[in-house]
Ligand binder design. Structure first.
Ligand code: FUC
Length: 802
């Protein structure tokens, strides 16, 4: 797995640590009740567990923990990024390409019913596909729990002064309570530098700590003692009746005073003054197609535990803080007008459902998305999946996979603008991996060059279509996910990175050049048979259909991919015939159209919608997260997009957490701060758990990431060729301050505002590039900037000279 920290990142580090001042209010979520560790999880994978959704998440990108903070018995539910059942499997359909022409002819002749039937017969995957989202026991597999660490204090005495928190500024979960006159404290964090989870238990009187520790999971595990360590290990189903992934977790207790004994069932601590529990976990998984195996997880966990146990607790903690805060401390947001009454977070959330206005809760949600991104995606790890890094079941909803028709992309929307560019890197490792089996699928399924993915991907290189045409035929996912490559370059200026990913961009371009066909009427290039992700229309033949030729979404993502490829070629000085061919094809693509009702059309024809309030808003990709449609390039399409959004919401749109989060971003791009805030209210009031985890329902993390990106998009935009300050400031946040956000071109931006008006803005140049800066309808340009230099502007966009 790769890790690239460049000078640029170092510069960001130095500049940001020095500039952001801590916000007025503590950036933490806290509660005055524990999450109940004695309530068993619902065996139904699709059912949420309220206690688990009250527990506190920790993670170092690969090892995750959910801390319940209960008193009599503590439960720390564990996750490891590669805990996937399933295995590599062949699901491409070599017959598919034979029928593509026929399906296209049927669609052009308006025979949607026949086309859909033939598509379901010839274009979907071979085999079981994702198991309809229940893939734990099929080859596609499922992201699963690693298991649970249970600490039993074996006393049921009453307690009071209970408090637990997750402090986002240091990524530590804390629990304190008084029992029998003794104050007990726990601190838990998951360290990236030391690759262990650390649980620190203390009491304000000696010899008070006695407990037993056990590890378990719902299936496929055994525990045994190895010296003074407790080990849990096992193998997961390969989905074919055998085993595949092997895993191990190792636990060790280091005490001050008292005794520790280990047995095959657990560790027992007696009469200790202080205890540090260390846990290391790993699997034999390697992100390397087509083998994906070979890591010596037993040796690795042993080495990590040994090394960590030789360090003192303060040293372990300091190393964790230094690494974590080097990322988190880059950005601060303060929109809380006055001193706040301290209210437990779950109560705050419940009150918000009534008041719909709590700037501090918005601050928390903003920073929480950054926190979860750092905790679930670090350089060298797997990318954040549908549940980020946290799963407590054997069957996780939608297999906890990587959906490429909005979900994995949304996960990474906040990463650049909220100054966490390094956390984007796991996604590129994954795209590089998936492009290899994607090439096989492009050739086997369609007889085409380049690589393609469909709407679902997993850690075993699944790139085939899904098992139903209604959602499984989305062919735009490869283009969409590839647009992240140029986004990362636009924010970082990292040319070495662009060079490394250029072949991936080119591979995706090659596929679409083969895939696109000329529309027989317009001569324009169209994608199809294709879907507007998961949405259904009434076809002219009266049938309900999802597939058509030239759905707007595909046209837009392919346009953006082609634009990025040509731009990347120019930056890298690559001149070849293919670049010209792509530029021509881009110009020939069928574009977005406005319908007779003024809305932006979702399909090439004005088909009546089966679900006008559909959760996906794929045909507005070009407004957000794309950049093709903006107030400068296409004001008429912006207006049409607004009509489409209003119509969606009027018909119940935004009814899933991620969908409402997308609306925040969309309205921000329309410079409508109050509408964006309304969608944020919807996320907080309808799709947020007591621990602030996003809800689809069930639990799904993209709402968290989409909301954080949306809040940033309300305060700063830079996709239309200039930095736009406070483009969508809601009236509910009249006064505030944000520091450390990042803009394309490599600029760090700080903004202060009062009474809804900008009072000062400072941009710091990381790459020494020229910049255009806009506030309201004032636009200024700095034809050159100096690397590391800051440029403060007053409310009239006048440079403040010292
Ligand atoms: C897509 C969405 C669903 C869900 C799933 C994980 O299928 O349409 O709403 O988010 O991904």
């Amino acid at each position: 797995m790769k890790n690239s920290m460049n000078v640029f990142t170092l510069l960001v580090l130095v500049l940001c640590v020095s500039c952001t001042k801590p916000p007025k209010e503590p950036v933490k979520i806290w509660y005055d009740q524990p999450a109940d560790a004695t309530v068993a999880d619902d065996p139904n994978g699709w059912k949420d567990d309220p206690q688990w959704l009250s527990a506190l998440p920790l993670g170092n990108g690969s090892l995750g923990a959910m801390v319940f903070g209960d008193v009599h018995q503590e439960r720390i539910q564990l996750s490891e990024e590669s805990m996937w059942s399933g295995s590599v499997d062949e699901n491409d359909n070599p017959e598919a390409s034979k029928y593509l022409g026929e399906i296209r002819r049927l669609l052009n002749d308006g025979k949607y019913k026949e086309a859909t039937a033939l598509t379901n017969k010839t274009q979907i995957c071979q085999g079981k596909g994702t198991g309809h989202g229940n893939g734990a026991e099929v080859p596609f597999g499922c992201f699963q729990t690693l298991g649970d660490l249970r600490i039993d204090f074996d006393k049921k005495l009453p307690y009071d002064n209970y408090y637990r928190e997750l402090d986002l500024t240091d990524a530590i979960a804390r629990v304190t309570y008084v029992q029998d006159g003794v104050t007990f404290q726990r601190e838990v964090f998951v360290s990236q530098p030391d690759q262990v989870m650390v649980v620190r238990l203390t009491a304000d009187k000696p010899r008070q700590l006695s407990f037993s520790c056990e590890m378990d999971r719902p299936e496929r595990f055994k525990t045994y003692a190895e010296g003074d360590e407790l080990i849990m290990s096992g193998a997961l189903s390969d989905g074919k009746g055998g085993e595949n992934l092997h895993y191990m977790a190792r636990l060790k207790a280091i005490t001050k005073g008292g005794t520790v004994s280990s047995g095959d069932d657990g560790l027992t601590v007696k009469d200790a003054d202080e205890v540090t529990l260390l846990l290391a976990a790993s699997t034999d998984y390697v992100l390397d197609y087509p083998v994906f195996k070979g890591r010596d997880y037993a040796a690795l966990t042993s080495k990590r535990l040994q090394a960590a146990s030789e360090k003192s607790y303060p040293d372990l903690k300091q190393a964790h803080l230094d690494e974590y805060q080097s990322y988190f401390n880059r950005v601060s947001l303060d929109i809380t007008p006055e001193e706040l009454t301290a209210i437990p977070t779950d109560e705050r959330l419940a009150t918000f459902k009534e008041t719909k206005n709590d700037p501090h809760l918005a601050e928390l949600l903003f920073q929480y998305g950054r926190y979860l991104m750092i905790a679930s995606s670090r350089p060298g790890t797997l990318p954040a999946n549908l549940q980020g890094l946290w799963a407590n079941k054997i069957q996780t909803p939608w297999n906890g996979d990587y959906h490429t028709d909005v979900n994995v992309q949304m996960n990474y929307w906040p990463v650049e603008v909220t100054n966490l560019s390094e956390m984007h890197l796991p996604l590129f490792d994954f795209i590089e991996m998936i492009s290899e089996p994607g090439e096989k699928t492009a050739y086997t399924q369609y007889g085409m060059n380049g690589w393609v993915v469909h709407p679902v991907a997993n850690v075993w290189g699944y790139t085939s279509p899904g098992e139903s045409a209604s959602w499984g035929l989305h062919s735009g996912g490869g283009a969409w996910i590839s647009t992240h490559v140029f986004e990362h370059y636009a924010f970082t200026g990292d040319e070495a990175f662009l060079k490394r990913l250029y072949p991936v961009l080119e591979g995706s371009v090659l596929f679409y050049l083969d895939w696109l066909v000329e529309d027989q009427e317009t001569g324009k290039l169209v994608s199809g048979p294709a879907v507007s992700p998961e949405n259904t229309f009434i076809a002219p033949d009266g049938s309900r259909s999802q597939i058509s030729m030239g759905p707007t979404h595909d046209q837009q993502v392919i346009w953006q991919l082609f634009a990025d490829y040509v731009h990347a070629s120019q930056i890298l000085g690559i001149e070849k015939e293919l670049v010209g061919k792509v530029a021509k094809a881009q110009a020939k693509l069928a574009g977005s159209k406005v319908g007779s009702d003024g809305r932006l059309m979702e399909w090439a024809e004005e088909f009546p919608e089966v679900e006008p309030g559909h959760r996906h808003i794929s045909h507005l990709f070009a407004m957000h997260p794309g950049a093709q449609i903006n107030f400068e390039s296409a004001p008429e399409l912006m207006e049409a997009a607004r009509k489409s959004l209003d119509h969606r919401i009027a018909n119940g749109g935004g009814h899933t957490g991620w969908s409402a989060a997308w609306l925040i971003n969309q309205y921000a791009r329309l410079h409508d701060g109050d509408k964006a805030k309304e969608s944020l209210n919807t996320v907080l009031a309808k799709s947020t758990s007591p621990n602030l985890f996003g809800q689809h329902p069930p639990f799904q993390m993209d709402a968290n990431f989409g909301s954080t990106a949306g809040i940033a998009e309300m305060l700063l935009q830079s996709h239309a060729g200039y930095i736009d300050l406070l483009p969508a400031l809601p009236s509910a946040w009249p006064t505030g301050k944000v520091e450390g956000l990042k803009a394309r071109g490599g600029f760090i931006v700080a903004i202060d505002w009062q009474n809804g008006q900008l009072t000062q803005a400072t941009i710091t140049s990381l790459n020494g590039l020229p910049v255009k800066l806009k506030y309201g309808d004032q636009m200024i340009e700095l034809e050159q900037t100096e690397k590391g230099q800051s440029y403060p502007f007053d409310s009239n966009m006048q440079l403040i000279r010292n």
